[in-house]
Write a protein that binds this ligand. Sequence first.
Ligand SMILES: Nc1nc2c(c(=O)[nH]1)N[C@H]1C(S)=C(S)[C@@H](COP(=O)(O)O)O[C@H]1N2
Ligand SMILES: [Mo]
Length: 299
Amino acid sequence: MAHRWTNDMTRADVTPKELWLNRRQIMAGTAGIGAAALAGRAAAQDALEPNPIEDITSYNNFYEFGTGKEDPSRNADEMVISPWSITVDGLCDNPGEYMLDDLLSGLTTEERIYRFRCVEAWSMVVPWNGVELADLLAKLGPKPEAKYVAFETAVQEENMPGVRRGVIPFPYVEGLRMDEAMHPLTLLATGIYGEPMPKQNGAPIRLVVPWKYGFKSIKSIVRISFVENEPPATWNIINPREYGFYSNVNPTHDHPRWSQATERRIGGGLFASRQDTLMWNGYDEVAPLYEGMDLDVNF
Ligand SMILES: Nc1nc2c(c(=O)[nH]1)N[C@H]1C(S)=C(S)[C@@H](COP(=O)(O)O)O[C@H]1N2
Ligand SMILES: [Mo]
């Protein structure tokens, strides 16, 4: 276990399911090109190369702790994460206030290396561990009328300088359509590199939706609600013209103020250069969820 997440991890070190997921990512990103061309293609080359933990924990967005990329690593230490309870409410069979451990008991822990793409056009590769959101939702028993799942972040005013300054409206809220929430790629992550989730990354539990821009991946979750109608989402409330509810990674739909065609991979080294952004962030298997939708309207 100690060596599982070293940076020179080989294919032999990853679980079969993960290997399968990552192989599909690579194939999705390189359809139709040969081995030689593949070697020259950064997006495919780095698909399995996670960023070092130092990158992942020092360049963050977590506005509860300030708007600067270094504010979360500087300020998140004050957040109290134990005990942690989550309120489950709305259209489900098992609402209630649960201690985090009880909520997760019996669920299988997964290890997944995912590309992570921020709407600001930077990206990383992060080795998450956590549970499939689908497994938890199944345990909570969604009623047929539940069409969406809504999430809410903790507000600890005394421990969160960004909340005290009111840099954006809090609590931070997000939501997914039920089929997005049930997709096997969608994780509730409880750690990185096999260690408990660092506070600046959303301890003790945060969402990870790898085909959507980073802001959909809400941190430090204290409420999960099953609802009938599209729930509010923080960036969509702040600026609906720039941030839609779906927020699927889409290189052909530019943000009004900048291009989404390329991205800058955070971190030094060989792959730090700009690279093409892939449709669905490379996770083509989600395309059927949006069949028949106009992605320039439902952006
Ligand atoms: N509660 C909360 N969740 C949040 C944010 C935030 O400000 N508050 N920022 C989002 C944005 S914009 C991004 S890019 C990711 C960053 O996750 P990371 O710091 O783990 O890279 O968290 C998302 N989740
Ligand atoms: Mo972001």
